[in-house]
Design a protein around this ligand. Structure first.
Ligand SMILES: NC(=O)C1=CN([C@@H]2O[C@H](COP(=O)(O)OP(=O)(O)OC[C@H]3O[C@@H](n4cnc5c(N)ncnc54)[C@H](O)[C@@H]3O)[C@@H](O)[C@H]2O)[C@@H](O)CC1
Ligand SMILES: Nc1ncnc2c1ncn2[C@@H]1O[C@H](COP(=O)(O)OP(=O)(O)O)[C@@H](O)[C@H]1O
Ligand SMILES: [K+]
Length: 479
């Protein structure tokens, strides 16, 4: 499991550690890790041209000390000071001793230096930052974007919000972010994540509490969660998932949800709804029934909503069931909030940003800009586990525990019907007995991998994604 901690927690851990270490030791650890990463990026340090963008705080200090290390190895290092009178004194002295030079930020000279750089180190602002880049940094950011330099961000790309992943205004885009002690939420959540490039974590010895702000599963975590039939299992013990989806208008949604469910480890899939013919034609193993959910026979979980049109009665009937329920797509619009809140068995809701915005009564852009806040708010309001889909898929539980962030997604998944596959897959894992947050996050994980396998660099349809779930599952459990 990878974890991310809030700025407040990082600061507390830093204080505790600094009290036990000689002054400046922590910054030296950070600078050493940063310089090593820069050297890796450069390949050859000697003779390379490095430009440091240095802000007023310790983030700039890290950049200056790392720059000094690179200068000692023969790099030509120039520091652009955005707030010359407040630049880190010790770092500046170290850089000068190592032969580095200082360039003023104003007057165009700095932009010219950036234009010639092989490597730009972004030490403008780190966890002490608020809002986007200040106006005097914007021309430099423009120059960086025009240049061919590789950009390494110190701790965070400057201008992004460390705790939320929001980007309010301008921020610097990095190819690599070297972060210290722990990931920060902004490095894992879009839109900020996209500015970070790849992320390298440098251990500086911080001791962090057990409960994190964000968690990202890895193969081993998912492998532990996935159900494996025991020798004595039968289809009922493996779990039966009910799918109430599709309509005359959208029969395909039912087929795709069933496809996801069949690959998700349940022993059987029951289908209720008007798309039975289409479902059975494609998946003869499905148990199709004509009545409503109440007459479908026993299930251990329900998936309701994909392509469901306006069938509010079915949604209400499913919500009244005392088994875990996953609500997706039209189901989200049709579900009575009070009926969701009144449920005692787990509920999982899987909105995309547009559906989340409608549920929250805000604009879609607000959800996309502030995903963490949106997913937490929805989970709290509905007393449900909420999986917010999109460029960063987040899973929050009502209790306010760490939010899970799915690391496997790919934008190739942005194709009609892939959400239906996800809902079936997650519903199947619920039927197999996984806790709601594990079912949702393991499903997102497999779905993301399946999307990558299906696409493999070229467009793929939702049903290709469903086909690849088995391959994703195997790759997870065999890793
Ligand atoms: N505290 C520690 O022990 C360690 C801190 N480290 C570094 O120190 C950083 C935090 O240092 P600071 O607390 O000094 O904070 P920062 O260096 O992140 O920035 C603080 C300063 O930036 C200014 N500022 C705020 N928002 C800005 C914006 N949007 N644009 C431009 N300037 C802005 C503020 O006026 C403030 O003076 C970390 O991100 C990390 O790089 C590392 O050296 C590891 C150890
Ligand atoms: N830019 C993106 N990057 C990664 N995953 C994405 C992106 N856009 C969409 N997805 C994923 O694709 C799936 C689309 O689901 P959804 O929006 O419900 O579409 P549909 O209703 O057509 O099935 C979700 O799993 C979502 O997380
Ligand atoms: K930075």
């Amino acid at each position: 499991m990878r974890t991310a901690y809030s700025v407040e927690t990082v600061r507390a851990a830093e204080r505790e550690l600094m009290a036990r270490l000689p002054e400046g030791a922590l910054m030296q650890r950070a600078a050493a890790g940063l310089a090593a990463a820069c050297a890796d990026v450069l390949g050859r340090v000697y003779g390379s041209r490095v430009v440091l963008l240095v802000g007023s705080g310790d983030n700039g200090g890290d950049a200056l000390y790392a720059g000094a290390r690179l200068a000692r190895r023969g790099a030509g290092v120039s520091a652009v000071l955005l707030a010359p009178e407040r630049a880190h004194g010790g770092g500046l002295a170290a850089l000068r001793r190592a032969g580095g030079r200082v360039v003023g930020a104003d007057g165009g000279g700095a932009e010219a230096v950036v234009g010639r750089a092989d490597l730009v180190v972004d030490g403008i602002v780190g966890i002490g930052g608020t809002g986007g880049l200040r106006p005097n940094a914007v021309p430099l950011a423009d120059a960086v974007e025009r240049s061919r330099a590789v950009v390494v961000a110190v701790d965070l790309p400057s201008g992004v919000d460390a705790d939320t992943g929001e980007v309010r205004g301008r921020a610097l885009r990095a190819d690599l972010t070297v972060t210290f002690g722990t990931h920060k939420p902004g490095l894992l959540v879009d839109p900020a994540r996209e500015y970070a490039g790849s992320v390298r974590l440098v251990d500086i010895g911080l001791e962090l509490p057990a409960s994190a702000e964000l968690e990202a599963l890895q193969h081993a975590d998912v492998a532990r969660m996935l159900p494996v039939p025991a020798a004595e299992s039968d289809k009922y013990r493996r779990g039966v998932v009910g799918i109430a989806a599709g309509s005359a208008r959208y029969p395909g949604a039912a087929v795709l949800a069933v496809a996801g469910a069949l690959r998700g480890g349940a022993g059987a899939v029951r289908y209720v709804g008007p798309a039975g013919q289409a479902v059975i034609a494609r998946f003869p193993e499905t148990l199709v029934s004509d009545g409503g959910p109440k007459h479908a026979g026993r299930v251990q979980s329900w998936v309701v909503g994909p392509g469901a049109g306006d069938d509010a009665a079915t949604v209400a009937e499913v919500l009244a069931a005392e088994v875990p329920v996953l609500i997706d797509a039209d189901g989200l619009r049709l579900a009575e909030a009070s009926a969701v809140r009144a449920r005692r068995a787990p509920t999982v809701m899987t909105p995309h940003a547009g559906e989340a915005a409608a549920l929250l009564g805000v604009e879609r852009e607000e959800v996309e800009g502030g995903r963490l806040a949106a997913v937490r708010e929805l989970a709290g309001r509905y007393g449900a586990t909420v999986l917010l889909k999109g460029s960063t898929t987040l899973i929050a539980s009502a209790g306010g525990a760490a939010v899970r962030v799915n690391p496997t997604g790919t934008s190739w998944l942005a194709t009609a019907g892939s959400g239906d596959v996800l809902s079936g897959l997650a519903g199947s894992l619920l039927a197999a007995g996984l806790p709601a947050v594990d079912a949702a996050s393991a499903a997102a994980y497999l779905h993301g991998l399946a999307g990558r396998f299906a696409a493999d660099g070229a467009p793929a349809g939702a049903h290709d994604v469903a086909e690849e779930i088995a391959g994703a599952w195997r790759s997870v459990v065999r890793a």
